[in-house]
Ligand binder design. Structure first.
Ligand SMILES: [Zn+2]
Length: 114
């Protein structure tokens, strides 16, 4: 389960920006995560609860915006959405397509109480 490591570094960032902003607590953390990152939302919520105890993030709400994977075929230039495993081009069948979305992972925004 890589969610613990991921949440741990997210909390480091969120806790220090919240502290810099003079916040008394973090109300909400909004993340954008591509589905190719294979992050399980329930595991992220669990990791947040376990790791945020005693920090500014304790009790914060977690909202995750998942991005559908998209790839582009270098042969025919078509762009398409796809599942985790099936990345072959729907037009020409080329299996070597380039992922253009779905691997992102970043903190979109945080909301704090001052
Ligand atoms: Zn193609």
């Amino acid at each position: 389960m890589h969610e613990f490591g991921l949440m741990s570094s997210i909390l480091d960032t969120v806790n220090s920006s919240a502290a810099e902003a003079g916040a008394s607590r973090v109300v909400e953390i909004r993340l954008t995560i591509g589905e190719m990152a294979q992050v399980v939302e329930e595991a992220m919520v669990f990791a947040l609860e376990a790791l945020s105890e005693g920090t500014l993030c304790e009790g914060a709400k977690l909202t995750i915006d998942f991005i559908e994977p998209r790839s582009r075929c270098p042969e025919c230039g078509v762009e398409f959405e796809h599942g985790f495993y099936n990345r072959a081009c729907p037009e020409c069948g080329n299996p070597l397509t380039d992922i253009i979305a779905g691997k992102e992972m970043y903190i979109d925004s945080i909301e704090v109480d001052i």
